[in-house]
Design a protein around this ligand. Sequence first.
Ligand SMILES: Cc1ncc(COP(=O)(O)O)c(C=O)c1O
Length: 327
Amino acid sequence: MRLEGHASPEVVSSRLGWTPYDVYMEPAKYIWMDGAQVPWDEANVHVLTHALHYGTGVFEGIRAYEAEGGTAVFRLREHMERLHRSCKAYRMDLDWSVDQLRDATKQLLAANELESGYVRPLVYLGLGAFGLDPAGSSIHTSIISFRLGAYLGEDGIANGITTKVSSWRRFSHDAFPNAKATGTYINSVLAKMEAVKNGYDEAILLNADGAISEGSGENLFLVQGGVVYTPPISAGCLDGITRQSVMTLLGDDGHTIREKTIHRSDLYYCDELFMTGTAAEVTPIREVDDRAVGDGKPGPITKRAQQLFADAVGGKLSKYSEWLDYV
Ligand SMILES: Cc1ncc(COP(=O)(O)O)c(C=O)c1O
């Protein structure tokens, strides 16, 4: 899958058969690299970059929203803290503090004149070592920002997406640390390609025990009898910041939320299913393994989660104002 920054959205979408802007990377003016804003086209790396060969990078996905009161980055501090934890797991000495990365992000969004968009911080090992022991490799930090629409499509947000349980299993946290590392995403890429090739919007991955873990880039929630369930992090899923936010929002709204082991057939009999993620936001699932979820339309708790999330990111809920970092 080639997604050149300069291909038009129409070209990208016709390759994928998706609507424009779902995954299109609209070039912005600058990319932040190791402390400086460099022009988009000059933000390049050497082919011997260690991370290119061995996946030795960690990253984040963050969104900025046009909120009441201006452009606000959603849970920027928590994302940069998770980036620091991922670095620790992979023993990468990150030169930049959480606050420095927050400032750099906000300055970049301003320089790129983005009122809203996606932010992708990336820490990776560069030149120095050829072998698997990365000692001696340089370490680099970059932050990219660009405009991004609904990751799973506007229709997916409104009416729900179709999903299929993948033939690929999610790796457990004793194979890789619970962190957001570039190398591990090749597992998600396999699952996503399989799902899309077979006509589904998204994959759902089981873990090695056969329990539900998560989507290729999203956490999963299930509603049954008015109770909201989600797999525990020990099911091999990422400790999603949208997951935590939605659990807080729905919990404060009076809903019961439980972490529990979820099995494949639970997906067939539940009332509602939805996915959460920075890119996917709150996306209803209308079909799993060719079976309608509930009546095949987004259910009331899913819609409530969408509304609460939209209000929180939009700065309409003063209770959660500390979640917003204004540019
Ligand atoms: C594998 C995976 N699970 C879950 C998520 C959701 O995490 P978050 O809500 O922090 O974006 C993501 C997205 O980053 C992801 O890539």
